[in-house]
Write a protein that binds this ligand. Structure first.
Ligand SMILES: [Zn+2]
Length: 236
C-alpha cells in the first residue's frame, strides 16, 4: 500500500496549488476506500482543514453548535501553538482535533526526514493542548509519501483523505457553489472536506464554507444521513 500511495502522490506532484489531489483521489477512492475516508452508509463525516484561526474558527464552532453537529478539525501544528485556546475549545465542544502537519507544506518538497519529526511534533502538541490523543492524519494538499505514511503510523495516526469537497478555497466560491460542488458526492459514507480558515485559500474564502453549512446539514438530514466527526464514521 505504501508503494501504491507513493506512486499516486508522485503522480500528483504537478498539482502544487490549492486544488490538491484531483488526479489521484478517484484512484484512491476506488482502490483504498478507507484511506479516502469512506464510512458507514448512514453517516457523513464533516472535516475542516488548515485551522485554527481566531478570526474564523469560532464562527464555525458557533454554527456547528447551532446546527447540532460535531466535526473533525485537521489543524496545523504551528498555528495551534499560537492559539491553543481554540484547540481546547474545539474539543470541549465535542469536536475531534486531528493532525494536518506542523507546517502547511507539500511533503514531496520537504527535505527527507523533516516531515517525520513534524508529524510527531504536531501530534504531541494536539495531545498536550486538548488532552486527547489525535487519531487521524491528513497531509497538506492530500499529498502522501512513503515518509508521511510511515511517520503517521509510527505515531499511531491513521492517514485519511476525503471523498468529496466543495472547492471552498477559491476566490469565486460562494455558499451555493460550495453546495453544488459537494452535491454529487454527498451520500452515505462520504467524507466532506472544507476549510475553517483562509490560510491556504483566497482571502475570506472560509465564509463560503461557513455559509454552506446549513444547506449541507439540511441536505444530509433530508437524505436520512447522520453528520458527524470521523470518530463516528466507521471508516473501513
Ligand atoms: Zn490544508
Amino acid at each position: 500500500m505504501c508503494r501504491t500511495t507513493l506512486t499516486l502522490g508522485l503522480t500528483g506532484l504537478a498539482l502544487l496549488h490549492a486544488g490538491p489531489a484531483a488526479t489521484w483521489l478517484p484512484v484512491v477512492r476506488r482502490r483504498l476506500p478507507g484511506l479516502a475516508g469512506a464510512g458507514d452508509a448512514d453517516h457523513v463525516a464533516l472535516t475542516f482543514d488548515d485551522g485554527p484561526d481566531p478570526r474564523s474558527t469560532p464562527r464555525f464552532l458557533a454554527e456547528l453548535d447551532r446546527l447540532g453537529c460535531r466535526a473533525t478539525f485537521f489543524v496545523v501544528g504551528e498555528t495551534l501553538a499560537r492559539h491553543p485556546d481554540l484547540g481546547r475549545r474545539t474539543v470541549a465542544e465535542g469536536h475531534e482535533v486531528a493532525v494536518h502537519g506542523w507546517r502547511h507544506r507539500n511533503a514531496l518538497l520537504t527535505r527527507p526526514g523533516r516531515v517525520t519529526g513534524e508529524i510527531a511534533r504536531a501530534a504531541d502538541l494536539v495531545a498536550a493542548v486538548t488532552g486527547a490523543e489525535p487519531v487521524w492524519y491528513r497531509p497538506p494538499y492530500g499529498v502522501l509519501s512513503a515518509e508521511t505514511l510511515t511517520a503517521a503510523r509510527r505515531r499511531g495516526l491513521r492517514p485519511v483523505l476525503w471523498t468529496t469537497w466543495g472547492r471552498d478555497w477559491t476566490r469565486s466560491a460562494d455558499p451555493d457553489s460550495v453546495l453544488a460542488t459537494l452535491a454529487p458526492g454527498l451520500r452515505g459514507g462520504a467524507t466532506v472536506l472544507l476549510h475553517d480558515c483562509d490560510h491556504t485559500s483566497a482571502p475570506g474564502a472560509w465564509r463560503s464554507a461557513l455559509g454552506a453549512l446549513p444547506g449541507l446539514v439540511a441536505r444530509c438530514r433530508e437524505l436520512g444521513l447522520r453528520v458527524g466527526p470521523l470518530a463516528e464514521h466507521g471508516v473501513s
